[in-house]
Write a protein of this length. Structure first.
Length: 419
């Protein structure tokens, strides 16, 4: 499936990765009653803990990045800066509360999922190098050791069991995941630095550059170039008189890349000299009558070697607690999220849920962390009588309204229904 078509379908369906399905009713089949759920989910977002939405939008759309915009974002930079982009899509089916071989409250679930993740870590100097040029660092050494890049695209087929306790308050279960790797590349700059001579006629790169990647010239969106396994576990406790708690660990697993995988290691210094270069990211074409990208690709392919390696899939951990302040009318909710094997930082979300006539739910929220910093958002839920639930929103409403002050954009939708 073409990636553009997948994204377009996602925007029409707009959805988020809600791991535990919403209960929408009973279905009777063969004289046995049990709960049955169907879901279509999509989530897409991008954010930075330093760069503003205004600059991100201009970079992605090819808009003008003038000196005032660069200067404003220089003032926002931290010692460690992150930019992250994530897209997730899932189609799932779930049964709960069945009687099977004398066991009560048993169920199962299965899903097909697509995950795409890109992360970039950079320091202040790398930002200035890219947008201003290395001429401003003439006679100086720039530290690049904090820079790294990560990109992962993979699919999952999941299946597992769930159980409801005798008192009906607790639900728990697990999934076993088959991970199907499509594409991957990762670069890190351990102990690396860049030196520009005082008069700008030579530039030298020194340090340990490591780059693992797949040969993308032969990769399509449907290519499977790696295999692995993973596991999910989840637990939920809901007592209407007390509170609700949900704890989940998702995608704890790995992918072994066995096809078209390459590794590039650069330990010797790289030196450009004999021509003045004011910005290394905009090297003049007359150097070799080819573009800088062509030169880089040729250099990379001639010094890379085939190898097999494995990567851990980003493992998401989530803990959520909620309690009604006014029964069936007003609820407070707090969420904590973290990801292993990722640059995603601890994310804290505080949310208020207002329920209207058991049909609508309006949920303003504030959040801090993840790839971004502080944000304000809103979620909306609508119960479609006899059909299901549609739940959508964004954690980045503030970033859309005040683009120079906040960072983060994207949205989600979950559509839960029954046939």
């Amino acid at each position: 499936m073409n990636i553009k078509i997948a994204l377009l379908l996602g925007f029409f369906t707009l959805c988020s990765m809600a791991s535990v399905a919403q209960e929408i009713g009973k279905i009777v089949i063969g004289g046995k009653s049990y709960n049955q759920f169907y879901q279509l989910n999509f989530n897409i977002y991008a954010a930075s803990n330093s760069i503003s939405n205004k600059m991100i939008f201009n970079i992605l759309s090819g808009g003008k990045i003038d000196k005032s915009l660069i200067s404003a974002n220089q003032g926002r930079l931290k010692s460690s800066n992150i930019f992250g982009y994530s897209t997730d899509f899932a189609i799932s089916y779930k049964q709960e509360n069945r009687d099977f071989n004398g066991l009560k409250g048993i169920g199962f679930q299965s899903s097909f999922e697509w995950h795409n993740l890109m992360e970039l870590n950079f320091g202040k100097d790398l930002f200035n190098l890219f947008f201003i040029g290395n001429s401003s660092y003439a006679g100086k050494t720039v530290d690049l050791s904090s820079a790294n890049y990560y990109n992962l695209n993979y699919y999952q087929i999941k299946a597992g069991l769930n159980k409801i306790s005798k008192n009906k308050f607790s639900k728990y279960g697990f999934n076993v995941d088959l991970n199907l790797g499509n594409n991957f590349d990762k670069a890190d700059f351990r102990n690396s630095s860049l030196f520009t001579s005082a008069i700008g006629d030579s530039i030298s790169f020194d340090g340990n550059l490591g780059y693992k990647y797949l040969d993308t010239s032969k990769i399509s969106i449907s290519s499977i170039n790696g295999y692995g396994v993973g596991i999910d576990v989840f637990y939920a406790y809901e007592n209407p008189q007390l509170f609700k708690i949900t704890a989940k660990i998702s995608n704890f697993g790995f992918i072994s890349w066995t096809k078209k995988s390459h590794e590039f290691i650069q330990k010797e210094p790289i030196i450009w000299q004999g021509i003045e270069v004011t910005n290394i990211f905009k090297m003049p074409d007359p150097l070799m009558n080819v573009t800088a990208i062509d030169t880089f690709n040729e250099y990379l392919s001639s010094r890379s070697f085939n190898t097999k390696f494995h990567t851990f899939t980003p493992c998401k951990m989530e803990f959520e607690v909620s309690k009604f302040v006014v029964k069936d009318k007003f609820e407070l909710q707090a969420t904590f999220q973290y990801q292993l094997f990722s640059s995603f930082r601890s994310l804290f979300i505080l949310q208020s849920n207002f329920f209207i006539k058991n049909i609508y739910q309006i949920s303003p929220n504030i959040s801090y962390g993840g790839y971004s910093a502080f944000n304000v958002g809103i979620d909306l839920k609508y119960n479609i009588k006899n059909y299901g639930i549609i739940y959508f929103g964004t954690k980045y409403l503030s970033g859309y309204i005040l683009q120079n002050n906040f960072s983060g954009f994207g949205g989600f939708i979950t559509f839960t229904f029954q046939l």
